[in-house]
Design a protein around this ligand. Sequence first.
Ligand code: FE
Length: 337
Amino acid sequence: MKIALTLITAIFLGACQQHADEEVNLYSARNEALMKPLLDAFSQETGIKVNLISSKADALLTRIKSEGNNSPADVLLTTDAGRLHRAKLAGIFTAINSATLDKAIPSQYRDPQNQWFGLSVRARPIMSTQAATQMAITRYEDLADPLLAKQICIRSSGNIYNQSLVAAAIEANGEASTETWVKGLVANFARSPQGGDRDQIRAAAAGQCSIVVANTYYLANMLSNKGNADDLQAGSKMTVIWPNQEDRGTHVNVSGAGVLKTAPNKNNAIKLIEFLASDTAQKLYAEVNFEYPVKVGIELHPILKSWGTFKADPLPLSKLGENNADAVKLMDRAGWK
Ligand code: FE
């Protein structure tokens, strides 16, 4: 009897031990406050503990490379397809075959070799103050029109969101035509590029310019209770213009993740990415950071709904990474600081 009890206790402790051992190490370039509710929901559902390391995207990539085969990292999570492609080129990811991910994520939002998966969509449309009525802007290409001289505020060419915007234009219009466009766009800058997307909206609201190119989640953040009163007022002055609805569609990008080839907890890594593509997590992305879900049929946040629906550029986002170097050189030649 005593032996049997000891045996049962041993088995029980063994099971607990195994449970406590279930973990996944996430290297994340995303805001911790944004990821926390998603990761808590994952742990609650699966019992897998998430060890979160947060830092800048480039720093995480360098760290993974220097840790080499001993890296504890299972998953790298970052924004922008351009960065995900860079990580793929660095050879740190492994291909994942998951029917769940293939089904949840449209093919243009994942790597063709399944090395990274988009998990939230960010749109980068044109925004304008009501005052900008000199001409009807319907396309990104319109931003090079001399009628818009000194009207445009946009952040620097060092920013990957703008590099990806130009990379998408190269894919749509070719390099020569894109260079002419970027030169015209730069000629219309109201000021030398400075600050982030929110700063462009603030500048437009203050009358320094009337047209901005920015990711929608920044505007939504300003319009929500999460921002401050000045931002709410600035954001309220902006109208969202969905560009290129009659042709290629509005430029979109993703945040996403890949599993590392050296992952010590590969199965849990796959489970985490699958969870982030689930209905529960997709809805949370929209609620916490005002991004668009990658998965179709997920309820949108009311602020996002207020801007109406739009046609997104169906370009496979791996192209943003492939064209990144050409885009950077082109922006430099065109004098985009
Ligand atoms: Fe951002």
